[in-house]
Design a protein around this ligand. Structure first.
Ligand SMILES: Cc1ncc(COP(=O)(O)O)c(C=O)c1O
Length: 303
């Protein structure tokens, strides 16, 4: 099968994910309804926002006859995990530039990636900070001729159309809620936002004005779009950090809603949503959608 045929097969295999209506006494109390778009179930390895963001990037890499794919991430990176799976499915070699020590190569995320053929190259935190620096990237690219470079998290302009396709699978609603890190998923959704659906993104890391700027860099029309907001107060102390009480509450919410939540993305955003419900941010009568962006693989390392 040619790489393009394999891409088309993947495209068909990821044609949709279920929508799960949930109940909770607090939702009832505040008079709002909530449905969860279970993109965590989109594909066993390419789940959540990963395939949505990667599909057109990969299509482009194939069109350019790339000899391989190269990207960046942390030791539990959902993005590198998905990229390794995609590379295997497409028959393309993959290289992961990993922030941290080679000892993390044995964690479940990177063991999977390596077993699917990803070459792992570990770099210090100091070097990793240079991942957008043109000189550093050029030096790196020279070691991997013909490889297609994908930024961390897969958030490029080419990620937007794949995310925008999600709207075709969503029912009418007042508000779509999602976790935000690099901003690519939010930018993609904004690029095709129906006028009557507002978007609320929960930042899962400490962010200030730069996060909105990043979204607007990816999708400039967002600057003049009044239909979205970022909630910046629910990061829980920073990326992949949370007070023990928040983790306990996330685990509780997962049971109460009968939806698997991990503490880094979906859990933080869901907890933010429930706290904001109590704060009166979602008016009675609202029909809310929550996008489950996946990432459950990352919790196998005991995060
Ligand atoms: C599982 C999961 N959810 C949400 C996000 C955040 O998406 P974005 O970086 O596009 O804001 C990420 C990171 O890309 C992720 O891995």
């Amino acid at each position: 099968m040619s790489p393009l045929d394999s891409w088309q097969r993947l495209y068909r295999q990821t044609a949709g994910s279920p929508l799960q209506p949930v109940r909770h006494p607090l939702l009832k109390h505040h008079g709002v309804s909530l449905q969860i778009k279970r993109d965590d179930l989109l594909h066993p390895q390419l789940s959540g926002n990963k395939w949505r963001k990667l599909k057109h990037v990969l299509r482009q890499a194939l069109a350019e006859q790339a000899r391989g794919l190269l990207s960046f991430g942390g030791a539990y990176s959902n993005h590198l995990h998905a990229l390794a799976a995609a590379g295997r499915a497409l028959g393309l070699p993959t290289v992961g530039i990993v922030r941290g020590e080679p000892t993390s190569a044995t964690n479940p995320t990177l063991s999977d990636a390596a077993s699917w053929g990803m070459a792992l190259r570990f770099v210090s935190r100091q070097d990793y900070r240079r991942r957008q620096d043109a000189d550093w990237l050029a030096a790196l690219a020279a070691n991997y001729p013909g490889h297609y470079l994908i930024p961390e998290g897969g958030s490029t302009e080419l990620a937007l159309p794949g995310v925008a396709e999600l709207w075709q699978e969503l029912p009418p609603a007042d508000e779509l809620i999602l976790p935000v890190a690099s901003g690519g998923t939010l930018a993609g959704l904004l690029s095709a936002r129906p006028r009557d659906v507002r978007l609320t993104g929960y930042a899962v890391l400490k962010a200030h004005g730069w996060l909105a700027d990043t979204v607007q860099q990816l999708h400039p029309a967002a600057a003049a779009d009044p239909g979205w907001r970022l909630r910046l107060e629910h990061h829980g102390g920073g990326y992949a950090k949370s007070p023990a009480e928040d983790r306990r509450r996330i685990a509780e919410l997962a049971t109460e809603l009968a939806v698997p939540l991990e503490p880094i993305y979906s859990g933080k955003a869901m907890l933010g949503l429930f706290r904001d419900l109590d704060a009166g941010l979602y008016p009675a009568g609202s029909h809310l959608l929550f996008l489950h962006t996946g990432g459950l693989q990352g919790t196998r390392g005991g995060l």
